[in-house]
Design a protein around this ligand. Structure first.
Ligand code: 13P
Length: 338
């Protein structure tokens, strides 16, 4: 394990003013996104879509520290034959790769899931490193409902995340550890706090047991928010205060950075909440974004599968990347949204 390189890459991923573009939608998920804008999902349309984002110079050079790719994309070439990975590197950004194989029902734990993909992972990592990946992502999913999550399911998912992180580092790849507590359902902000606190405590115990080098990791968590169907919604300041509180209770300061998922928050809302967190306190971690939907919703809509829309779509992508870059420094304001 090259600890110096791991620590340097992890710091670059969360450099002030920058964050991560999660463009690692599986073929099933990207089809859903394309269905919504009336675009057929083919290898070429997926390539065209991702290519215009990776060629958006101002966003990629100024605000996007790294891009999480899907297995198909890390092997794909741009229309002119240049590997997509090379476009990302040429912009000074880091290629990353989603390596989990998705969630499956967890036997004996009704309504709960386990993330799969550990078998053969070390060999896959070595190949991804050769293809250019310098960081990876593994997402565990924790749902809140009556009687769940259980301690057993949280433990199983935290152990898988820790095994994955250790395998990443053995291959000189920085692990993004992502334990996502979903915002589906009607639970309160307080319940999200309690579940997330337990999940993060368990996760850092397991990372310790697995001897993971924390300086060479990035945490990708949810914010502390009420469920989408909860009658009492929260302000950005309330979300920021509880999100900061939970990290102070659970995340070691050896971790260089925290990069949030957007998880179904509207795009400007995800920016406003990140900004509120960074305005509220001087934190011992760089706190930024690793957004999928909150970065891509606007450019996807503007593109709608047409070459003639690419410039407008790139503008929409640049704008969201810039707004989130400002939010990562607590320098965003609503008036900049135009
Ligand atoms: P969202 O920001 O759309 O939640 O996606 C981020 C991600 O990578 C989830 O694993």
């Amino acid at each position: 394990m090259n600890k110096d390189q791991l620590a340097k890459v992890a710091q670059a991923m969360v450099a002030p003013g920058k964050g991560i573009l999660a463009a690692d939608e599986s073929s099933g998920t990207i089809k859903k996104r394309f269905d919504a804008i009336g675009v057929e999902s083919t290898a070429d349309s997926r390539r065209d879509y991702r290519e215009f984002m990776f060629r958006t110079q101002d966003a990629m050079t100024q605000n996007i520290s790294g891009v999480i790719l899907y297995d198909e994309t890390i092997r794909q070439n741009a229309k002119d034959g240049t590997p997509l990975v090379k476009l990302i590197e040429a912009a000074g950004s880091l290629p990353g790769i989603k390596v989990d194989a998705g969630v499956k029902p967890l036997p004996n734990f009704p309504g709960e899931t386990i993330t799969e993909g550990l078998d053969g992972l070390s060999e896959r990592m070595a190949e991804y490193y050769k293809l250019g990946a310098r960081f990876a992502k593994w997402r565990a999913v924790i749902d809140i409902a009556d009687g769940i999550p259980t301690r057993g399911a949280i433990l199983a998912n935290a152990q898988a995340l820790a095994r994955y992180a250790a395998i990443c580092q053995a291959n000189d790849i920085v692990p993004i550890v992502e334990p996502e507590v979903l915002m589906d359902g009607g639970h309160t902000l307080e319940r999200c706090y309690d579940v997330t606190e337990f999940v993060l405590k368990t996760l850092y115990d397991e990372l310790y047991e697995a001897r993971v080098f924390l300086e060479g990791t990035v945490l990708k968590p949810n914010m502390i928010v009420p469920g989408k169907l909860c009658a009492t919604q929260a302000s950005s300041e309330q979300i920021a205060a509880q999100t900061i509180r939970v990290f102070k209770q659970t995340v070691p300061v050896a971790v260089p950075g925290i990069a949030f998922l957007s998880g179904g928050q509207a795009d400007v809302e995800a920016t406003a909440n990140l900004d509120a967190i960074n305005k509220m306190a001087k934190l011992p971690w760089n706190v930024t974004f690793s957004y999928g939907r909150a970065l891509q919703a606007a450019p996807q809509k503007a593109w709608a599968g047409k070459d003639t829309n690419v410039i407008g779509a790139q503008k929409a992508f640049s704008h969201r990347a810039k707004m989130n870059g400002l939010a990562s420094k607590g320098e965003w304001s609503r008036s900049l949204e135009g």
